[in-house]
Write a protein that binds this ligand. Structure first.
Ligand code: NAD
Ligand code: UD1
Length: 349
């Protein structure tokens, strides 16, 4: 009998791609999402992409803070493990509305962990972020580096990591893998699912894509005076399908490994790319010109951030395989087929 996985936030960008890879790997999946930053049509498209495996996918519109609804779901369904994506993720908004972030991300997670513990479902994969490294003193970032938060969003990730370490300390039946994502970009090669942020995108590639389809006039480049090859910031961009596969590898470790404990792993490629290199790669695969406006540095931005991938390669037996060109190709394929994401021109801003 295939293992049954609860995926919180499974209608979102990374969640939807991961659910597809889980289905194709033979898992049964129940998605819980409040659709705060996503659309139910993403779940329908994942089911279609999964073909015959689509029948193994179910969706429940639940807010994680609704503990009674979560309890009921766990009473009715046995889950072998949980992948927990659900959370708010806009850094700027978290600075403006810290209580919204602490309420949603922390209370949502505590509610989930309490219900899991009550049902003795003790295997968890959690979506952490490279943001927990703050502005590191050196690169590549290794998992044992000190953690520091630059904003309330980042603080919720560090607090949830600490909660996970504490619950494992209190009860070693917990098996927890914390995945620290670097910069997920791209989309499934079908162009049928992808990133569809509500409002003005905060992240580089969703913004580039909206410029390319004519929804925004130009990309503002935040800083061209960094000590990098062209003066713009360096990040570790990773194809979202590689990231999704990293979750399948993490689950396999939870099911097959012993002495899992509560461990953090970087999911990145280990390679740094500048903003201008990313834009050039996107222009070359799309044939579209992306006008640029140079601006000052964005507060809280690190200069150079990329991952050490050694721990994930060794212990999760996972390695990213897609290139920057493939990330941009798939981002453009999604953008050109869905210029307004899952919505319509009227629903966008
Ligand atoms: P996303 O916004 O597309 O997906 C998150 C999903 O969670 C959404 O569908 C949203 O509706 C749902 N959600 C939020 N709060 C909820 C709640 N209280 N109850 C139920 N559902 C809720 O974001 P994403 O890019 O797919 O990110 C997924 C996770 O990965 C997040 O935890 C995010 O912080 C983390 N992460 C993302 C990135 C990135 O660049 N996208 C980088 C590092 C970490
Ligand atoms: C941002 C968040 C980080 C979060 C991550 C993934 C901030 C300060 N950090 O990181 O907490 O974990 O997203 O969601 O918001 N850039 C531009 N113009 C733009 C957008 C971005 O030049 O319009 C540049 C940035 O300065 C940076 C690079 O592009 O050098 C990547 O930016 P972004 O996609 O926002 O990711 P991070 O800064 O890594």
């Amino acid at each position: 009998m295939a293992e049954s996985i609860l995926v919180t936030g499974g209608a979102g960008y990374i969640g939807s791609h991961t659910v597809l890879q889980l289905l194709l790997s033979g898992f049964r999946v129940v998605v819980v999402d409040n659709l705060n930053n996503s659309a139910a049509v993403a779940i329908k498209r994942v089911s279609e992409l999964a073909g015959e495996f689509g029948k193994n996918l179910a969706f429940q519109q639940i807010d994680l803070r609704d503990k009674a609804a979560l309890n009921k779901l766990f009473d009715l369904t046995h889950f072998d493990a949980v992948i927990h994506f659900a959370g708010l993720k806009a850094v700027g908004e978290s600075v403006q509305k810290p209580l919204l972030y602490y309420n949603n991300n922390l209370i949502g997670t505590i509610s989930l962990l309490e219900v899991m513990a009550a049902h003795r479902c003790m295997k968890l994969v959690f979506s952490s972020s490279a943001t927990v490294y703050g502005c590191p003193k050196e690169v590549p970032c290794r998992e044992e580096f000190p953690l520091s938060a630059l904003n309330p969003y980042g603080r919720t990730k560090i607090i949830i990591e600490e909660i996970c370490r504490d619950i494992h300390c209190a009860d070693s039946d917990w098996k927890i893998i914390l995945l620290r994502y670097f910069n997920p970009v791209g989309a499934h090669s079908s162009g049928y699912i992808g990133d569809d942020p509500h409002g003005v995108p905060n992240n580089l590639m969703p913004f580039v894509q909206q410029v390319a389809v004519g929804r925004r006039p130009a990309l503002t480049v935040y800083g061209n005076d960094y000590s990098t090859k062209d003066g713009t910031g360096v990040r570790d961009y990773i194809h979202v399908v590689d990231l999704a596969d990293g979750h399948v590898s993490a689950l396999k470790k939870l099911f097959e490994g012993s002495n899992i404990g509560c461990e953090a792993y970087n999911l990145g490629t280990g390679k740094g790319t500048t903003v201008l290199e990313m834009v050039a790669a996107f222009e070359s695969v799309s044939g579209k010109k992306v006008p640029l406006v140079m601006a000052g540095r964005r507060p809280g931005d690190a200069e150079i951030l990329y991952a050490s991938t050694a721990k994930a390669e060794k212990e999760l037996k996972w390695k990213a395989k897609y290139s920057i060109e493939e990330m941009c190709r798939d981002q453009w394929n999604w953008a050109s087929k869905n210029p307004y994401g899952y919505g319509s021109p009227d629903s966008s801003d």
